[in-house]
Every structure is written in C-alpha cells, then in structure tokens.
Design a protein. Structure first.
Length: 412
C-alpha cells in the first residue's frame, strides 16, 4: 500500500532490532579484500530484491575494486619489468574484469601476453615470474599451478589481501612455434569478456542473475562444482531465450535448466574447445541441488508472485491481501512482532481519510478516529462483515465484492 501503508508506515514501524543474519559468516570470512564486503544475504532474501539491490549486496564494492586494481596494477607492472622475457601487454580477465565477481569470494585473472611466445618454454616463464614475485614489496605466496596458470596470493603471510591467477599466453596471429590452441585461451578471453560485457549492457537483469546463481552455487560449494564462467554462459542462454522480466523468474528457469539434466553450453572462446560445463559424475549432485532448491523455495519461485510487502519490499505474494497478511503476522523483517504490526497498521489505517471507511464503526467514536484495538477492528463497507485483520478484509472485498481495483487507490 504505497499511499496508505507505504513509506510513511515504513518509517513509523521500523523500530525492530537490526538484522544480524550473516554476522557469523562475516566473522569467519577470509582475510583481506573479502572482509570489506557486506554480510551475505540469504538466498530467500536476494531472489526477491530489485536488480540494483542484488548488485549492491553481492557485487564487488567500489572500494574493493579500487584497492584490488591499485595493488594488482603495481604487481603486474613489477612482473613486466622484472622478468627476462618480453611482455607486450597485460590485462584483467575473468569475473572480476567482467564485473560479475561476488564480493565475498573472488580472485583476479591477470593475463600476460608474451612476445615471441613458445608453449615449450612455459616452465621457464613460470620460473621467471616467480623470481619477480619473490621481490615484490607487498609479498606474494604461491598457492598452486596448472600448465597455463600460476595461482598466487598477494600480501605477506598474515597480511594476505587478494588472490590472483597469473596466466601467460601469446598472440595467436604470431604463432611461429605451432603452439596448441589451448595455450591461447587466455588471449581469446579478452574477446569473450567484451562480448559478455556488451550482453550485460543490453540485458539489465543479466548481471544480477549471474550474481544470484553464483551465490546459490557457493551455498553448497562442496557438492556443486561448476566454474563461474560456465554459470555466466548458462545465464546468458536463459536470458536470451526467456521472456521473464524478474530475477526470481529467471533464477527459476536456471534451476529448471539444471534440474532437466543439462550440463554443457557452447564455449565462445575459439581457443578452448567447443563446450564448457559440468563433469558427468557431478551432474547428479547439481540436479539434486537444483530440484531441492525449487522445492524449498517454491513459495518464492512459483509463477504469479508479483506483489511486494509495503514495508520490507519482499516480493513473493499473489495478492495485496497476502502481502498485508505477511506484515500482520509479525514475520516481516522490518516490523517484527504480530501485536506490534497489527497495532501499527490499525493506527495508520485509522489516521488516513482514504482508509477510515474500512474501520469497524462500533469501535470508533463515529468520525473514524481510533478508539482502541478490539477483536474485530475492521468491517466491510458493502456487507458489514467484521474482521480481526485488515488483510482478511482486503481478501474478502476482492473475492466477494469484486473490489480489487478499489485497493489500487491504496497503492496496489
């Protein structure tokens, strides 16, 4: 109820305790840049948020981005100067570069493009890079290594700040040594990043959807092993083919995509195979997790949930009456306690001309002023039936008298 039970009511009844959910998670969070992220929201909360709220809750903050870029620019520039082999350029890649990294768990992909690149020299490149890392003033810790990448932590032991994947590649147009295509995957990631960033600009729900899906994966990370890149491609496929207009509906379609047993999508990087996805032996766990999420969050994800609570903004109700019923139940995070909520709603309804006609005249002094709470505070202006809760009156008026449009004047 935007006019009668809207912003004014929000300020009137938001006197409950602050939400401490996620405090334990934040206290146990890893070092450095991740500590600068806000507390994790619940999945139930985040799928009902507006797109900009999802981004605010889950995407990297300006402070995180600024600090990471400052540190990593210094690190990459140091490596470029200190190594013995020539480096043409370097660039950011991956989720951080595409602005879809989760603020509480991410690393930064840094791609070094070597001049006269020879894949047979990868061990020498890595040794040379590590020698440069050992003299970096902020400190670097080695975590792991693959044939194409060094996994590093920037910051001295005990003062770790950010994680970096250092990838070494070359320009495929200068492949003088007949290097396998896979070694140019990091170079090809730049075009893929630009393609996904353009798609993000054209589809405003893509970025928040990706963040929600990655958050969903992380809530069961031990059982669900899938790359961030794969999640982004699945989200792109769903957004491209769907007519849904909310994060909740798109997230439901992503879950249904996994629940149907799909596990691979086309990889747009021409240097890294034809598809990317989940290993066959992991598909059962992913499918079960998707089905369990659909079942657990059915009341949030079912089609038709379009109405929001006028106070906390939760969007999972089939009708305005359902939203007000949620408020009157005392379970609204912004207005805790049933007696408190009902009392505040009664006081607010009785103090506004637009809604006084719904009060039980037997409990008022005749001019609609508040006389005090009773068993049946409201009455139907059409048939006189009395109700204890305003939400019950709203549902009755809609069902029995066809007055749904009447509540449009109240903001619904």
């Amino acid at each position: 109820l935007d006019q009668v039970l809207g912003r004014s009511l929000y300020h009137l009844i938001c006197s409950g305790p602050s939400n401490m959910a996620g405090q334990k998670e934040w206290e146990e969070r890893r070092f450095g840049v991740w500590k600068r992220a806000p507390q994790q929201p619940s999945l139930e909360d985040v799928i009902m948020m507006a797109p900009q709220q999802v981004v605010k809750k889950l995407a990297c903050t300006r402070d995180q981005v600024s600090r990471c870029r400052s540190l990593i620019n210094g690190f990459a520039g140091w490596v470029q100067r200190e190594v013995d082999f020539p480096i043409d350029t370097y660039f950011y890649s991956g989720s951080f570069g595409r602005h879809v990294a989760l603020n509480y768990e991410f690393d930064v992909d840094v791609v070094l493009v070597a001049d006269n690149f020879d894949s047979d020299d990868m061990d020498d490149y890595f040794d040379d890079c590590w020698s440069a890392c050992e003299t970096f003033r902020r400190g670097v810790t080695w975590r792991d290594q693959t044939p194409h990448c060094m996994k590093l932590t920037l910051g001295a032991v005990g003062a770790e700040f950010a994680e970096v994947d250092l990838l070494i590649t070359g320009d495929p147009s200068e492949n003088w040594y007949d290097n396998p295509d896979r070694y140019y995957s990091a170079f090809g990631s730049k075009d893929v990043d630009e393609m996904l960033v353009r798609f993000q600009a054209e589809h405003e729900l893509f970025r928040p959807l990706v963040l929600v899906c990655k958050h969903w994966r992380n809530l069961n990370r031990e059982a669900v092993m899938m790359s961030s890149f794969f999640i982004e491609l699945v989200c792109k496929e769903v957004v491209s083919s769907s007519g849904a207009g909310t994060i909740r509906d798109l997230f439901r379609e992503v879950l249904q995509w996994f629940a149907a047993g799909n596990r691979r999508v086309r990889n747009p990087n021409p240097y890294n195979g034809g598809s990317v996805g989940i290993r066959h032996d992991q598909m059962y766990d992913v499918r079960e997790y998707a089905n369990a999420t659909l079942q657990k969050l059915h009341r949030y994800l079912r089609p038709g949930n379009r109405v929001s609570c006028p106070v906390c903004g939760l969007t999972r109700f089939l009708s305005a009456g359902g939203a007000v019923q949620h408020l009157e139940s005392g379970k609204c995070s912004a207005c805790p306690g049933a007696e408190n909520a009902r009392s505040q709603i009664y006081g607010f309804v009785s103090s506004h001309e637009e809604s006084r006609g719904y009060l039980n005249r037997m409990l008022t002094d005749g001019d609609g002023g508040q006389h005090g709470p009773g068993n049946h505070l409201y009455s139907c202006p059409h048939c006189g039936k009395q109700f204890k809760q305003f939400s019950s009156l709203m549902n009755h008026t809609t069902d029995k008298h066809g007055q749904a449009t009447r509540f449009a004047a109240l903001g619904y």
